[in-house]
Design a binder for this molecule. Structure first.
Ligand code: ZN
Length: 282
């Protein structure tokens, strides 16, 4: 998407940083300057920007009704961007307007093609929106103009980072606290003996996206054995090295599990997604 169409794209050094503050040393043809393999942070240290944002009032929320997935009439290659949308993105993600415009265009395309994107309609204000992963793109009523951008609860990471499972640097989501979730889940998860811990977040996401269900204590024994089997197969492909590893499980309906191993910490599977090959084919 961000790769130029020329046969031999020009390679430049990746401009981004890893979570530990180290500068990435890889080369990339991508126009956004990110190689896509490192953590992709623009700054070596987390610097959560204080972006003045108007908290959506309950009235504004109340007027939105769900309208299904991304609409066919959204011509993602031809959406105009308002100054407001671009400056909002640039302020949240500490980038230039040019970078913001490029990444918003890519994000609109991703949202238009992504199976979990939801669309919303606000008839009163003649607005439309797309949501995915907590992010929100605000459009005019015929989907031709991007009017606004909200990263939701994401303080720093872009959609592109979250999409590939880059963990947050927010202190409240410190990796040592990734074991969020109910005790019964971790008890059962331990009983199944997966080779690495599977975060509650990854298990609930799998059940939601693959089974169309919500993971509860009463249905956990239905779903967790499959998760354990898939994770066991995925972890077979891990070489034991540190960093972030996206591992496919080889299942007939494959999923890609993101395993994170940080220095001095136990490895953990923190999220799950469709394999990249599927996204690339879209
Ligand atoms: Zn990089």
């Amino acid at each position: 998407m961000l790769v130029p169409k020329q046969a031999s794209p020009r390679l430049n050094p990746c401009t981004r940083y890893n979570s530990d503050g180290s500068r990435c040393t890889q080369l990339t043809p991508r126009l956004d300057g990110w190689c896509g393999n490192c953590h992709g942070f623009r700054d070596p240290e987390p610097a959560f920007p204080h972006v003045p944002s108007r908290r959506p009032s309950s009235r504004r929320h109340a007027n939105w009704t769900p309208t299904g997935g991304a609409p066919d009439e959204l011509d993602f290659g031809d959406v105009a961007l308002t100054h407001r949308a671009v400056t909002s993105y640039a302020a949240h993600h500490r980038c230039t307007s040019d970078e913001a415009a490029l990444e918003l265009k890519s994000m609109i395309e991703d949202f238009a093609l992504h199976p979990y994107t939801k669309s919303w309609s606000n008839e009163e204000d003649a607005l439309r929106s797309l949501t995915n992963g907590g992010y929100r793109l605000l459009f005019n009523d015929d989907w031709t103009v991007l009017r606004g951008y909200s990263p939701g609860s994401h303080l720093e990471r872009t959609w592109a980072q979250v999409k590939v499972g880059v963990p947050t640097r927010e202190p409240r989501f410190d990796p040592t606290h990734r074991m969020a979730g109910p005790a019964w889940y971790y008890a059962l998860e331990a009983e199944l003996g997966t080779p690495v811990r599977v975060a509650w977040n990854a298990a609930t996401l799998f059940v939601h996206t693959t089974k169309g269900d919500r993971l509860k204590q009463r249905n956990a024994r239905t779903y967790l054995p499959e998760i354990a089997t898939r994770v066991r197969a995925a972890v077979d492909g891990w070489d034991g090295s540190e960093g972030r590893h996206v591992l496919e499980d080889g299942h007939p309906e494959p999923r890609a599990w993101t395993l994170v191993k940080e220095p001095g910490r136990a490895p953990i599977v923190c999220t799950v997604a469709f394999p990249e090959s599927r996204a690339a084919a879209a």
